[in-house]
Design a protein around this ligand. Structure first.
Ligand code: HEM
Length: 128
């Protein structure tokens, strides 16, 4: 999956703006801490292998951000189809991603670019 790197006003990729793999992994840790502490969505992650989940999400965000990362997990629709998710679940998760990025002082513009990429996945995640 490619981002619209060439359309960005800076030469830096979104991946570089995010601070590369290590910082993305730290953001993902913060993100799942928030998700698993929110009763709207925590139930979906019970009994999950969170280490595998974190690793896949780190890869996924890295590749969405145009980094030199190969995502090896399931396709979004296939991964989420059995969960029967609703818009409010998607919104909660997007809010936690926003919060986690901001907790690491990622600049507004970069947060908005990442959230834009994630918003584009809504139909797949909600299987519409
Ligand atoms: C906001 C957009 C989302 C993105 C980018 C995303 C990303 C991912 C990724 C990369 C995986 C790993 C797939 C794999 O391991 O093969 C995954 C799995 C999963 N996601 Fe999401 N996700 C999103 C929204 C959500 C929402 C809204 C929920 C629930 C509230 C959710 C719950 C889960 C669960 C429970 C799994 C594990 C499924 C399983 O392995 O059985 N995700 N997601």
């Amino acid at each position: 999956m490619r981002t619209t790197i060439s359309e960005m006003s800076t030469d830096e990729t979104l991946y570089e703006q995010l601070g590369g793999r290590e910082r993305i992994a730290a953001v993902v840790d913060e993100f799942y801490d928030r998700v698993t502490n929110d009763e709207t969505v925590a139930g979906f992650f019970e009994d999950m292998d969170m280490a595998a989940q974190r690793a896949h999400m780190t890869q996924f965000l890295g590749s969405v951000a145009g980094g030199p990362v190969e995502y090896t997990g399931d396709e979004m629709r296939a991964a989420h189809e059995p969960l029967d998710l609703e818009q409010r679940h998607f919104d909660a998760v997007a809010t936690h991603l926003d919060g986690a990025l901001r907790a690491f002082d990622v600049p507004d513009e970069t947060v908005e670019a990442v959230l834009g990429e994630v918003a584009a996945l809504v139909d797949d995640v909600l299987c519409r």
